[in-house]
Ligand binder design. Structure first.
Ligand code: BMA
Length: 443
């Protein structure tokens, strides 16, 4: 049959090496992919191959004595791993120490695959945005825990085969704190009766005066909780954990007054990146989203403006970050909240934007319509009527399914669904970006 020969000896080739000690292999690979895309648009560049890309591998360490005490052999563990369809087996056992190392190299599912995420199919057609509510909403009702009257504005994420979350629990004395919850299906939650006990670096108790609107984001091997707390006025508080047993407070990232801090799930250009919304200490009647970077989670700077409130009436008073951004081919997908100030109080809707992958202070697309606005009884009626306030998503990178977790009427937790393809398409089709969205954000 016909054959295409794309290898000719008189073709010039150039090898570029990419180095950067402070970047992970994955970050270097992403940079290389980026360069590749850009170079391919140069006239006469025909083919680019990445060489020396590090394969992902998973190291499992097993204590031989522990294994023996369970009466399980190494072979049984290997067999169990082989049965995991997620992994292509390629075992190796080293027995020269008391520990047995099993190394399974090869293709395995993306770490972002969440096979058991909550899901319900949507309607065939949408009158507005392609976002649909879970039929059994609200998923968390009133008085969910002893001495907690309401749980709302909370964040969840996959953890092992199950799910874990940090929840804004409004105590019966009216003061909000953060409670830990666990779930097998990310819909039915079991909450700890005690609020999370934060400690300082020395392990001594270090509780905030109050804590609300937590976000939960994993960056590399650490889980970060970011919330709003008193720091001589409303400001951002932060803690880290690796095991959800010990929660160590991290220095407050920003001066007061500030709210709605949302961490990106990976470093960008070597730095941690966080969105926040400078504010006042009350029911702030203004607000834009800004971005700050940190090399170490201690010192934050390189502040940039990301996006302002807009002339669209549903977000004409203020905006604030929502869920941790989701990385898509088009950029960082951000669900945020937009507020309209009516004669009868604020109305909180959910908006959507896509930020540039490498320079996320630049808004590539911004949906002029809200994606979800208070319509159901649990969104319109409660402690504060007319609030839909997104704080987290669960996202399956393989299918593109997204579950959005949002606080409803400062009283309940609601769940809504969309997919990456549907929502990115809708945001792009209805996008209006203005000058302050697209500039670099430095003045
Ligand atoms: C904001 C925050 C949110 C709350 C919203 C509506 O200022 O306090 O926690 O959901 O108001 O009351």
């Amino acid at each position: 049959g016909p054959a295409i020969n794309d290898r000719f000896d008189d073709v010039y080739g150039t090898i570029y090496a990419l180095s950067g000690d402070e970047f992970s292999y994955e970050e270097k690979r992403q940079q290389a992919e980026n360069l590749k895309r850009q170079l391919l648009s140069v006239p006469n560049v025909k083919k680019i191959t990445l060489i020396g890309v590090q394969e992902k591998s998973l190291d499992i360490t097993i204590n031989k004595d522990k294994l023996a005490s369970y009466k399980v052999t190494v072979q049984q563990v290997l067999n169990a791993l082989k049965q995991q369809s997620a992994m292509v087996p390629a075992g190796m056992v080293n027995t020269d120490t008391n520990n047995v190392y099993i190394r399974v190299n090869g293709v395995f599912d993306s770490v972002d695959a969440v096979k058991n995420m909550p899901w319900q199919e949507g309607p065939a057609e949408f009158s507005g945005a392609p976002v649909w509510r879970y039929g059994e909403n609200p998923i968390i009702g009133r008085n969910p825990v002893k001495e907690v009257a309401r749980i709302f504005n909370s964040a969840v994420m996959p953890y092992g085969d199950e799910f874990i979350g940090v929840f804004r629990g409004e105590q019966t004395n009216g003061i909000p704190y953060i409670y830990l919850g666990r779930s097998k299906d990310a819909i039915h939650w079991n909450f700890d009766e005690n609020k999370i006990q934060f400690v300082d670096e020395e392990g001594k108790p270090f509780m905030p005066v109050y804590a609300y609107d937590p976000r939960l984001v994993k960056v590399e091997d650490t889980y970060y909780i970011i919330w709003c707390q008193d720091f001589y006025g409303a400001a951002i508080g932060m803690a880290k954990t690796k095991d959800f047993e010990t929660f160590v407070r991290v220095e407050n990232p920003f001066l007061p007054f500030n709210r709605n801090a949302v961490l990106f799930p990976r470093k960008i250009n070597g730095n941690f990146v966080m969105l926040s919304r400078p504010s006042d200490s009350g029911h702030t009647p203004f607000g834009d989203i800004f971005l700050s970077e940190s090399p170490d989670m201690l010192y934050w700077g390189k502040h940039r403006h990301v996006m302002s409130k807009s002339p669209e009436w549903w977000e004409s008073l203020k905006i604030g970050g929502g869920a941790a951004p989701i990385e898509t081919n088009e950029g960082w997908l951000l669900f945020y909240h937009g507020v309209s100030g009516t004669c009868n109080g604020y109305v909180y809707s959910i908006g959507g934007a896509i930020l540039d992958k490498e320079n996320p202070s630049i808004v590539k697309y911004r949906c002029q319509n809200f994606l979800l606005t208070p319509e159901e009884w649990y969104e319109e009626r409660g402690f504060v009527p007319n609030v839909t306030f997104p704080c987290a998503t669960i996202h399956d990178a393989e299918t593109g399914k997204i579950a959005i977790y949002y606080g409803a009427a400062d009283t309940y937790v609601g769940l809504a669904f969309t997919t990456v393809d549907l929502i990115v398409d809708y945001i792009k089709k209805n996008s209006v970006v203005r000058e302050s969205d697209t500039e670099i954000g430095r003045r």
